[in-house]
Design a binder for this molecule. Structure first.
Ligand code: KG4
Ligand code: ZN
Length: 340
């Protein structure tokens, strides 16, 4: 007999994207993301504006997700939501909505760790994408996080390296800001890097022992580099933008690949799965593919829509928790510092 299909509504509101998804078992029926444009003019996410925008977006986004999935709310078996980590005000919107909706429908709640979700996004049922076998290394690289995690099972994860200051996405965005590029600058650096010489300029790599990362020194080095050169030539940035972007990106890729080499050597695990918005970076993707030839790695990159913040990844964790009957209740509160 075919086991009963499980329908889960998932809600993600940890930072600046309001997202809702509907899953049937491990398959995504809909995955709606409302990006918040409001932050661009401030050059970064403004927490208070983010929570206000979540409040405006959440009801229409959930409706849209249910409509697209062609599912009536009465068919839902459970509601999954991001408990943390993230911005308190933003998390509260999703958490409160999920609690109210679940209570109204008399169905269980599933509290999800956002960082686990970036990793378990690799298990979204998709006939095209290959799923990593356990154990594997997961590298989550985004505007808020930079982590390497050893994943021994779905819910058996150990953080083995993380940033001690800025996240990798911040390194991209802050460098872009110094160059006068709009927020978020990561994708722009990527585009311009493709047209430039990655060895035109040299930036120092941070000296951080072990598997931890540091990016704040790089940002400072780029600031001094730009100040020094524009003092000599006011058009320095405009004349060299592609080469500067290519050199910055080359430095960041070098930092990432060095750490992955260390991590694979130290753990003896050569399967690497990446996630988070920065995994869209074409240079990082290429360097990982090259690593398959050079270092014998097997790399896994999920579809772009599942790497940036999205509710489908919250839904897959919800589904895995549902199978384990790992439900939460109305007492569960948002946890901005929720660890893996
Ligand atoms: O995961 P994400 O959508 O949101 C969170 O930060 O949680 O990641 C956004 C980050 C931003 O820092 C953005 O600049 C960066 O991902 N990003 C990129 C690229 N696309 C997005 N960084 C470098 N190259 C890209 N192609
Ligand atoms: Zn994220």
């Amino acid at each position: 007999m075919k086991p009963e299909d499980i329908y889960i509504l998932a809600i993600e509101s940890s930072c600046d994207d309001t997202s809702a998804a509907v899953l049937c078992n491990d398959k995504v029926l809909s995955n709606v993301v409302a990006n918040q444009e409001i932050h661009a003019k401030y050059g970064g996410v403004v927490p208070e504006l983010a929570s206000r925008a979540h409040q405006q977006n959440i009801v229409p986004v959930v409706h849209q997700a249910l409509d697209k999935a062609n599912i009536d709310k009465k068919q839902l078996n459970a509601i999954a939501f991001t408990q943390g980590p993230g911005l308190m005000g933003s998390l509260l919107v999703g958490t409160s909505f999920a609690k109210g909706f679940a209570q109204g429908l008399q169905i269980p709640l599933l509290a999800v760790n956002h960082m686990q979700a970036h990793i378990l996004a690799h298990f979204i049922g998709d006939d095209i994408q290959e799923k990593p076998a356990f154990p594997f290394l997961a590298m989550t690289i985004s505007g808020g996080h930079t982590q390497i995690v050893q994943v021994d099972d779905y819910f058996d994860m150990t953080v083995i390296g993380e940033t001690i200051d800025d996240a990798i996405g911040e390194a991209f965005d802050k460098s872009a800001k110094i160059l006068g590029l709009p927020y978020p600058g990561g994708p722009l650096i990527d585009q311009k890097a493709a047209l430039g010489n990655p060895k035109a300029f040299q930036f120092p790599k941070p000296k951080v022992n072990g598997l931890n990362f540091s990016f704040s020194g790089l940002k400072t080095a780029i600031l001094y580099f730009v100040q020094k050169n524009t003092a000599k030539n006011p058009n320095f940035i405009v004349e060299n933008i592609n080469d500067i972007c290519a050199s910055i990106q080359y430095t960041i890729i070098g930092i990432v690949i060095d750490k992955l080499k260390l991590a694979t050597k130290g753990t003896g695990i050569n399967r690497i799965a990446i996630g988070g918005g920065v995994s869209a970076n074409s240079g990082i993707r290429q360097a990982l593919k090259d690593g398959e030839q050079k270092f014998g790695w097997k790399t896994y990159i999920p579809k772009l829509e599942y790497t940036t913040d999205n509710a489908a990844m919250i839904g897959i964790v919800g589904y895995l928790k549902y199978l384990e009957k790992d439900f939460s209740n109305e007492q569960t509160t948002a946890n901005p510092r929720f660890k893996i």
